[in-house]
Write a protein that binds this ligand. Structure first.
Ligand code: PGA
Length: 259
């Protein structure tokens, strides 16, 4: 089997789209089909279901090669924070990845770069691998501010973050206008953005850390027709998939298209 880091990373973000029952059915079908099609040999799959499903998923996924991810996290490990979910508890549960700063949270929950930075630091401290989402809105893109916006998000969200040896970080380039729209960014442009992200990271983190401990992935309307164009393009080594991950057979088909 190829080593972990040369495998593509595929993260399924189910958002709030499925019932608990449907999430379980989907997870069980994926576990069977992932194994049957030997997909573990070419990719690492992480599922990010709704919070209440995490406990059941953690137990079920232990018997599989599939990893568990959470869609969000709080920035303190313990304390009087009604309704929030602790990174320490996620780690205790066996969660490996945690999405931070998704544009839907920035938009609907008014999450700021400062909050995201704290979530990132707290997740890392508990041994979780943060998936930091960055991306420009359509308006920012039209105004030619794309690179500036991404650089600003990276620099603010990673302020003061050190990644000790062995700790990983995933950065997901997710143009806001591409999410759920059916219009993915052109693969060549995603590749260029991957390089830009890497260059920006190298200005704030040691080069060795960037090369060895950071993976850059793309998200936004990834589907069966475009997945293979993104993976391996520039520095892009994986994808974050929303809509196309909600049906087991279709999602397996999407993953089968990775060369
Ligand atoms: P999408 O969502 O694949 O449905 O565009 C991606 C995401 O929000 O992470």
């Amino acid at each position: 089997m190829v080593s972990n880091n040369s495998r593509a990373l595929v993260v399924a973000n189910w958002k709030m789209n499925l019932s608990l029952a449907d999430s379980l059915v989907l997870m069980r079908s994926l576990a069977v089909l992932y194994k049957k099609n030997k997909l573990d040999q070419k990719l690492e799959l992480a599922l990010c279901p709704t919070f209440p499903a995490l406990t059941t998923f953690a137990a079920a996924l232990k018997q599989t090669e599939i990893k568990l991810g959470a869609q969000d996290v709080f920035w303190k490990p313990v304390g009087p924070y009604t309704g929030e979910v602790s990174p320490r508890i996620l780690a205790e549960l066996g969660v490996k990845y945690v999405i931070v700063g998704h544009s839907e949270r920035r938009q609907f929950l008014k999450e700021t770069d400062i909050m995201i930075q704290q979530k990132l630091a707290a997740s890392s401290a508990e041994g979780l691998i943060p998936i930091l989402c960055v991306g420009e809105t359509l308006e920012q893109r039209r105004l030619g501010q794309k690179n500036e916006v991404i650089a600003h998000q990276l620099i603010s969200c990673l302020k003061g973050i050190v990644l000790p040896d062995g700790m990983e970080l995933v950065v997901a380039y997710e143009p806001v206008w591409a999410i759920g729209s059916g219009h993915a960014v052109a693969a060549a442009e995603a590749g260029e953005m991957g390089l830009f992200i890497k260059k920006t990271l190298a200005s704030i983190l040691p080069t060795k850390v960037v090369n060895k401990q950071v993976r850059i992935i793309y998200g936004g309307s990834v589907d069966v027709n475009n997945i293979n164009d993104f993976i391996g393009r520039g520095t892009i080594s994986g994808v974050l998939v929303g809509g196309a991950s909600l049906d087991a057979r279709k999602f397996i088909d999407v993953m089968m298209h990775i060369n």
